[in-house]
Design a protein around this ligand. Structure first.
Ligand SMILES: NC(=O)c1ccc[n+]([C@@H]2O[C@H](COP(=O)([O-])OP(=O)(O)OC[C@H]3O[C@@H](n4cnc5c(N)ncnc54)[C@H](OP(=O)(O)O)[C@@H]3O)[C@@H](O)[C@H]2O)c1
Length: 267
């Protein structure tokens, strides 16, 4: 891909995306420019990735870009950024990663006729190749304009915008639920008498193996549990305790709280 990427905002998420798209050869570092008001961030990005940075939004850079990524925080000066983009007469596809800011609001701020716009919620697993970005497109953008870019930092699922908050609370916050499960499983191993290193190693292997079993067999976990939980055995006794605990409801409450909070922050 020889297109040019221009990122407005070079914070943690923009950096993670840029690191991945360079590593996955979706963009060459010479085709990426980041605009950020923070001296420290510009220096770090230049030194770490060899990309160009700018303190001020440049008309030429905006006009030359194929993709402009808006990667500032919701409370930053989005309307000035939108005005500068409009003034540049750019034909770029605009990709916003700003949480909670709707396509409708972005179209209104940009005020560009038939602007090609995508609102995405990226996953934090960008360095691994795993993790889905949720992407909603407006009526004036073609998937082909952004698909290779999105796949440069993981997988992508195109979803209606009304599902973005649910996607955020369930999928983007998703690794947190798994980290918690892993932490508790490791602690259970230590509680049972294994040293920390061994407990961690065995739990991680089971996490990866169980995920591979689910993927390879396509079976529902209940079917795999039926195979593992033999009559009166070890598995079914552990299952009985889990079924008697707050395990399932706790996970479901956590997801619902994350979705609810995403919706509230977007207001
Ligand atoms: N981090 C995540 O896991 C994650 C996941 C999904 C989506 N997001 C979304 O991604 C966006 C960025 O998050 P982040 O974690 O990367 O935030 P961040 O690290 O705070 O980065 C934002 C950067 O933008 C700079 N900035 C502020 N106003 C600017 C302007 N007018 N022009 C140019 N640069 C400007 C900030 O500089 P100063 O610090 O000097 O103000 C900062 O360096 C947010 O909208 C967030 O909702 C984040």
């Amino acid at each position: 891909m020889t297109n040019k990427l221009y990122s407005i905002g070079g914070g943690q998420m923009a950096e993670a995306i840029i690191r991945a798209v360079i590593k996955n050869k979706v963009f060459d570092k010479s085709d990426i420019t980041v605009n950020d008001i923070s001296d420290a961030r510009r220096t770090l990005l230049e030194n770490s990735y060899g990309i160009a940075t700018s303190e001020n939004l440049s008309n030429d850079d905006l006009a030359a870009a194929d993709i402009i990524m808006i990667a500032v925080r919701p409370q930053d000066d989005l309307s000035s950024i939108a005005k500068k983009i409009k003034q540049s007469d750019t034909k770029a596809a605009i990709v916003s990663i700003v949480a909670g800011v709707t396509i409708d609001k972005l179209e209104h701020l940009l005020d560009i006729k038939d602007v090609a716009l995508a609102r995405i919620i990226p996953n934090t697993l960008t360095d691994t190749g795993f993790g889905y970005t949720g992407a909603s497109l407006n009526d004036h953008i073609e998937k082909e304009q952004v698909d290779a870019f999105f796949k440069g930092f993981g997988k992508v699922e195109y979803i209606p915008e009304e599902l973005i908050d649910t996607f955020t609370g369930y999928a983007v916050a998703g690794p947190n639920y798994v980290y918690n499960f892993y932490k508790d499983l490791c602690n259970a191993g230590v509680l049972a008498g294994l040293n920390r290193e061994l407990a961690n190693k065995l739990a991680l292997e089971n996490l990866k193996g169980a995920a591979a079993m689910l993927e390879q067999t396509g079976k529902h976990p209940s079917e795999l549990l039926d195979i593992n939980n033999s009559a009166g055995g070890v598995g079914i006794n552990a299952q009985y305790e889990l079924d008697n605990s707050d395990f399932s409801a706790g996970i479901q409450r956590a997801v619902m709280a994350a979705v609810r909070t995403t919706k509230e922050l977007g207001k």
